[in-house]
Design a protein around this ligand. Structure first.
Ligand SMILES: *[C@@H]1O[C@H](CO)[C@@H](O)[C@H](O)[C@H]1NC(C)=O
Length: 313
C-alpha cells in the first residue's frame, strides 16, 4: 500500500517508536515504567488533595485538574505502544486515529489553560492577598476550570475537520507512536496549506503563545510585588508559594518550544520521535514530583497520611 496514491484510507498502521525487533521489549518496559510512575504520582496528588483538608485551596484543585489531564494525555499518547506490543496488532481505524489526535491536542491545550489559571491564582494570592478569598471564590475557580475544559475541546475541532477531510494519503504507515497532527499531515497528498495556516495561527499563536503571554504578565506583577517586600525571609516565603508552579510552567514551555523548533526533517525521524516521547512523557511524569518535592504542604500532607495508614494497620 506504500507510495501509491491512496484515495481512501480506512485504517492506519502505527510504526511505533522503533522498527527494530530487538528493541521492542526494552521500549515496552520503558514505556510501562513511565506510565506506572505517572499514574502513581498523579493518583497520589488526587488522593491527597481529596483527603487532606488544608489542601482544599484553588491552587490544589487546579493541580487536581492538571493530574487528570496528565493521566489522560499519557493514556491517549502511549497506550498504543503498550497495546501493540501485547497484541501484535498495530493498526488503528481512521476514526480512532482522528479521535486520538483530537483528544491529545485538546488535552495538551487544556494543560496550558489550567496552568494559566493557576498563574492568575498566584497573581491574586500574592498581589492582592486581602481580596484573595473573594476574587478566587469557589464559583470563580469552577468557572475558570470549566471554561478551560470547554474551550480546549472546542478549539481543536477546526483541526479535526480539516484533517479528516483529507482524502489522499501517500501511505497509511504513520511513522510515529500515536496519531498526531504533524505526522498525519506529512502523510497526506491533499492540499495541506489550510492546515499549515491553522497550525501557525491558531495552534502556535492563539493556543500556545497567548497562555504563555498571560502567564508571563502574571509573573511580571508577581515579581514586582515580591521585590517590594523589604525583608529577605519575607521575600523568600512569598516566592516559595509560586516556585512549584513556576518550575512546571518553565519546564512545559521549554519542552513545547523544543518540539516546535526542532528541525522538521523527515530523515531524522528517530530523533524526532525520541524528542516527542520525551515531551509527552516527561511533563506528566514530573509534574507530581515537582509539586511534592518542592512543596512543604504536599510533603507534610503525605507524611500525615502515611502516619495515618500505619496506625490503621
Ligand atoms: C478542577 O478545578 C476546579 C476549580 O478549582 C475544581 O472546582 C474542580 O473540583 C477541579 N476538578 C477536579 C477533578 O479536581
Amino acid at each position: 500500500m506504500e507510495q501509491t496514491n491512496q484515495t481512501t484510507v480506512t485504517y492506519f498502521i502505527i510504526k511505533g517508536i522503533s522498527d527494530l525487533p530487538e528493541l521492542q521489549a526494552p521500549i515496552f518496559l520503558l514505556v510501562l515504567l513511565i506510565y506506572l510512575i505517572t499514574l502513581c504520582g498523579n493518583m497520589t496528588i488526587l488522593l491527597l488533595v481529596c483527603l487532606v483538608h488544608h489542601l482544599h485551596t484553588p491552587m490544589y484543585f487546579f493541580l487536581c485538574n492538571l493530574s487528570i489531564i496528565d493521566i489522560s494525555c499519557m493514556t491517549v499518547s502511549l497506550h498504543r505502544v503498550l497495546v501493540s506490543f501485547i497484541s501484535g496488532d498495530n493498526t488503528v481505524s481512521f476514526l480512532t486515529c482522528m479521535t486520538q489526535m483530537y483528544m491529545f491536542s485538546s488535552l495538551e491545550s487544556n494543560e496550558l489553560l489550567i496552568l494559566t489559571a493557576m498563574s492568575y491564582d498566584r497573581y491574586v494570592a500574592i498581589c492582592n492577598p486581602l481580596h484573595y478569598p473573594l476574587v478566587m471564590s469557589r464559583n470563580v475557580c469552577a468557572l475558570l476550570a470549566i471554561a478551560s475544559w470547554v474551550l480546549s475541546f472546542l478549539e481543536i475541532i477546526p483541526f479535526v475537520v480539516i484533517l479528516s477531510g483529507f482524502s489522499c494519503y501517500r501511505s497509511n504507515k504513520i511513522n510515529h507512536f500515536f496519531c498526531d497532527t504533524v505526522p498525519l499531515m506529512k502523510l497526506s497528498c491533499s492540499d495541506t496549506s489550510n492546515l499549515e495556516i491553522l497550525i501557525f495561527t491558531e495552534g502556535i499563536f492563539l493556543l500556545s503563545f497567548t497562555p504563555l503571554l498571560l502567564t508571563f504578565i502574571s509573573y511580571v506583577f508577581i515579581i514586582i510585588s515580591i521585590l517590594k517586600i523589604r525583608s529577605n525571609t519575607g521575600r523568600r516565603k512569598v516566592f516559595y508559594t509560586c516556585s512549584s508552579h513556576l518550575t512546571v510552567v518553565i519546564f512545559l514551555y521549554v519542552t513545547l518550544f523544543c518540539q516546535y523548533l526542532s528541525p522538521p526533517s523527515t530523515d531524522t525521524f528517530a530523533s524526532n520521535k525520541l524528542l516527542s516521547l520525551f515531551n509527552t512523557a516527561a511533563v506528566p511524569m514530573l509534574n507530581p514530583l515537582i509539586y511534592s518535592l518542592k512543596n512543604k504542604d504536599v510533603k507534610s500532607a503525605l507524611r500525615w497520611s502515611l502516619k495515618k495508614c500505619k496506625r490503621i494497620n
